[in-house]
Design a protein around this ligand. Structure first.
Ligand code: BV8
Length: 237
């Protein structure tokens, strides 16, 4: 299977990757689905905390939960999967991840559909935003411009995706001839809809995942195993 996938990679002119939490798992960043194996997921329901309602109900809890995740990401390193992608400058990386590991691996073309932990912005939408030091993040605080709260610049459940990132991701998936789907359960929409969009536009689909996923049903090739082992085998010359 890996040889067949390598042949697809070799003959593809425009490769796009669509990734999720599994891409960063081997770096030591907990995913959403294996919540029972690590601290900051076990006590909380991500879908509840990662929502405007959750933030409104307990802004301190939600903001501190993101700061815990910020410190975790600051302490870990890109893994061989991030590095293998970063070594291919022509690949466009569409990711649901809010970490900066692809950027730190040197990837130049990264589209973050669900935002980033590296920035806060005004929850009231006045336009204020500022970068934060994820290694030593600031506390929950008010917007200096309008007095409302600042929040992490991530997309919460029930919120629309950033329109520019969405447009760029759609264009990339419509125009690609190979979509590598890496480390995602492919259950969160509208992001997961990009896989079907690419396929309907004629792209071949290769899935890399340690477990079966919804993407497997429409994949041309499904490679089962850790991204940190498979992507170097798939992409390195
Ligand atoms: C929207 C940022 C509408 C925040 C995230 C009911 C009510 C409200 C909404 C909905 C609803 N029903 C459906 C919806 C839509 C909802 C949705 O899809 N819900 C799902 C749960 C059914 N979507 C939304 O709400 C979206 N917005 O619809 O707005 C709208 C429209 C117009 C105008 C206004 C509003 C917004 C969704 C974005 C939510 N934000 N993240 C944060 O991180 O805190 S989603 C979150 O899930 C992350 O981004 C994560 O990446 C993403 C998806 O999860 P995965 O990446 O797939 O991670 P997961 O843990 O699930 O899986 C990991 C995979 O990796 C597994 O398959 C595993 O096997 C694999 N793996 C593990 N280790 C490895 C590996 N693979 C390879 N190698 C390894 N080593």
């Amino acid at each position: 299977m890996i040889d067949a996938a390598r042949t697809l990679v070799g003959s593809a002119a425009r490769i796009v990757t669509f990734s999720g939490a599994g891409l960063s798992a081997e770096s030591g960043v907990p995913t959403f689905r294996d919540a029972d194996t690590n601290g900051f997921w076990t006590d909380y329901d991500p879908a509840k905390l990662a929502s405007p309602e959750g933030f409104a109900e307990d802004p301190e809890l939600v903001y501190n939960w993101y700061n815990e995740r910020r410190r975790n990401i600051a302490e870990v390193q890109p893994n061989p999967a991030h590095l293998a992608l970063a070594a291919q400058p022509d690949i466009i990386n569409v990711t649901q991840n809010i970490d900066d590991l692809l950027h730190r691996a040197g990837a130049k073309r990264v589209i973050q559909l669900h935002g980033t932990l590296a920035t806060d912005h005004c929850n009231a939408g006045c336009g204020f935003q500022e970068s934060v030091n994820i290694a030593d993040p600031p506390p929950l605080r008010s917007c200096p411009d309008c007095g409302n709260r600042l929040r992490p610049s991530v997309v919460w459940f029930g919120e629309r995706l950033p329109s520019r990132a969405w447009a760029e991701a759609e264009e990339a998936c419509l125009g690609c001839d190979l979509l590598l789907v890496v480390g995602t359960a492919a259950e969160v929409y509208p992001a997961a809809g990009l896989i079907g969009l690419a396929q309907r536009s004629g792209a071949r689909i290769v899935v890399v995942n340690t477990n079966p996923s919804a993407a497997g049903e429409i994949a041309d090739i499904e490679l089962t195993g850790p991204a940190g082992e498979i992507l170097p085998m798939l992409l390195n010359p």
